[in-house]
Ligand binder design. Structure first.
Ligand code: ATP
Ligand code: MG
Length: 344
């Protein structure tokens, strides 16, 4: 199949050939920017955005929970809707899912307005709600069977168990599973109708780091299976690890949107070399005199911004030349947390 797509950076339009259900890395022929594109299974909706939200607003009495936001999610991407508690994530995602009624605005899923055509697209979406719970006394397999009969179209349950790495757990009671496994079952339930778009609202909240990583693997697998994933989270590292496209929501407004690299290059402070236990006044003076922009971190460590990779060698040579003592070094990359703090 062929997709005709517009480069999000320079607007150049190009056609790409590929097999439905696969993802490839492409470079824009005009600006050279690299990106990943997915070829959806369904030809009718090829090239149509998975989700288009325009001027969406939700008012709860005098509280504006979502303040006229707009964004587009492309098919095949993991879109992270990132924001702190109370930012308006669940309100937004549940308006897109047609569970809450917007005060204003429009939502299209796969090109269809949910107000007028929800029946046509509801079988193409899967949902894991926030704080999901299932029946304690059903086994994992029985749970999936129970939910799958609610839909006209259903996926192969053994396939889902395999993809979610739940085969060994299939005979265990849901109530006896660990928190991480319960969340994996939740993701599995969202797949029983073989949806094209999966909404996961805070799928890893409350999990330990190991269980969280296991759920991340499961979410990454969804993308590899050609699904579009709408992930709401307040964990910066979750968005960093998983997302192709991130929108940061704060107090009902989207304050930044783009790929991780876009956000870091626009709002991050750049990479820094941190030198531990090196902040004598003499050391700082010497480095400054030699043209290094030294920031004292106040705990004995210093940080020096690195604009190009050879800068690290220049700094280390200077330390050696001037016999400046230090304990260790590390390079700290700008991250989403820094972007978020800069923006808020
Ligand atoms: N049904 C409701 N009635 C009144 N206010 C509500 C309702 N639902 C949510 N709110 C308020 O709207 C704001 C946004 O809530 P929402 O649940 O969308 O945030 P969230 O980003 O999902 O937060 P969390 O990370 O805690 O899940 C909050 O101030 C919340 O208290
Ligand atoms: Mg929420």
């Amino acid at each position: 199949m062929q997709l005709r797509l517009q480069c999000p950076h320079c607007g150049h339009i190009e056609s790409y050939d590929g097999t439905p259900g696969t993802r490839i890395v492409v470079s824009c022929l005009s600006c050279g920017q690299q990106g990943q594109i997915s070829f959806p299974f369904n030809h009718e909706t090829a090239g149509v955005p998975a989700i288009e939200v325009s001027n969406l607003k939700k008012q709860y009495g005098t509280l504006t929970a979502v303040n006229g936001i707009s964004f587009t999610v492309q098919q095949g991407e993991i879109f992270a809707f990132l924001g702190p508690n109370g930012a308006g994530k669940t309100t937004t995602v549940e308006m897109i899912e047609s569970i809450r009624k917007p005060t204003q605005g429009q939502v299209k899923i796969l090109g269809k307005d949910i107000n007028t055509s929800f029946d046509e697209i509801k079988h193409r979406i899967g949902i894991l709600p926030q704080e999901f719970k299932s029946f304690e006394r059903l086994t994992v397999r029985e749970t999936l069977e129970y939910f799958s009969v609610l839909y006209d179209k259903s996926a192969d349950i053994d396939e889902i168990l395999k993809a979610m790495d739940l085969v060994d757990q299939r005979k265990k009671l849901y109530g006896n599973l660990s928190g991480g496994l319960k969340q994996r079952v939740g993701v599995a339930i969202s797949l029983v109708n073989d949806p094209d778009i999966v909404f996961l609202d805070e799928p890893t909240t409350g999990l330990d780091p190991k269980a969280r990583r296991e759920v991340w693997q499961v979410i990454a697998n969804l993308r590899n299976r050609g699904k579009t994933v709408f992930l709401t989270t307040h964990y910066m590292e979750e968005a960093e690890y998983l997302a192709d496209h991130i929108a940061i929501i704060h107090k009902g407004n989207i304050i930044a949107e783009g790929s991780l690299d876009d956000l870091i290059s626009r709002y991050g402070k750049g990479n820094v070399l941190r030198i531990r236990n090196c902040s004598t006044q003499d050391a700082i003076e010497t480095l400054r005199i030699n043209g290094f922009d030294v920031i004292s971190e106040g705990n004995g460590d210093i940080a020096i911004p690195i604009n190009y990779k050879e800068r690290v060698l220049e700094i280390l040579s200077q330390l050696r030349h001037d016999c400046i003592e230090y304990d260790s070094i590390d390079i700290r990359r700008s991250n989403l947390e820094e972007v978020f703090l800069t923006l808020t």
